[in-house]
Design a protein around this ligand. Structure first.
Ligand SMILES: [Zn+2]
Length: 96
């Protein structure tokens, strides 16, 4: 991709532009994908991974429903592994 600030070609994995130092928080979340996946796997039925990314409302819903009896949590876990899980602002959690 190209840096929106200076137009320099930058790796998609980069967290900031090596040319001008502009941080890339645009469409990827600063949260860790590994953390989301681990939290979803171990304590996902309590919605902890959703609290971690700031999705408090659906986190509480997962506590009440025990992660949709595990299915909703499993779905979130797979999404986290695939890098399609999103945080509160709708940014994908792609960074490990
Ligand atoms: Zn730049």
């Amino acid at each position: 991709m190209l840096c929106p600030c200076c137009g320099k070609e930058v790796s998609n994995q980069a967290t900031a532009c090596p040319g001008c130092g502009q941080p890339f928080l645009g469409d990827s979340s600063p949260k860790s994908r590994a953390a989301v996946a681990l939290l979803a796997f171990f304590v996902g039925v309590f919605g902890i991974h959703r609290f971690y990314v700031g999705k408090v409302g659906t986190g509480i819903l997962q506590i009440i429903t025990l992660g949709g009896l595990g299915f909703w949590t499993l779905f979130d876990f797979i999404m986290a592994l695939c890098g399609t899980f999103t945080d509160k602002e709708g940014r994908k959690v792609t960074r490990w």
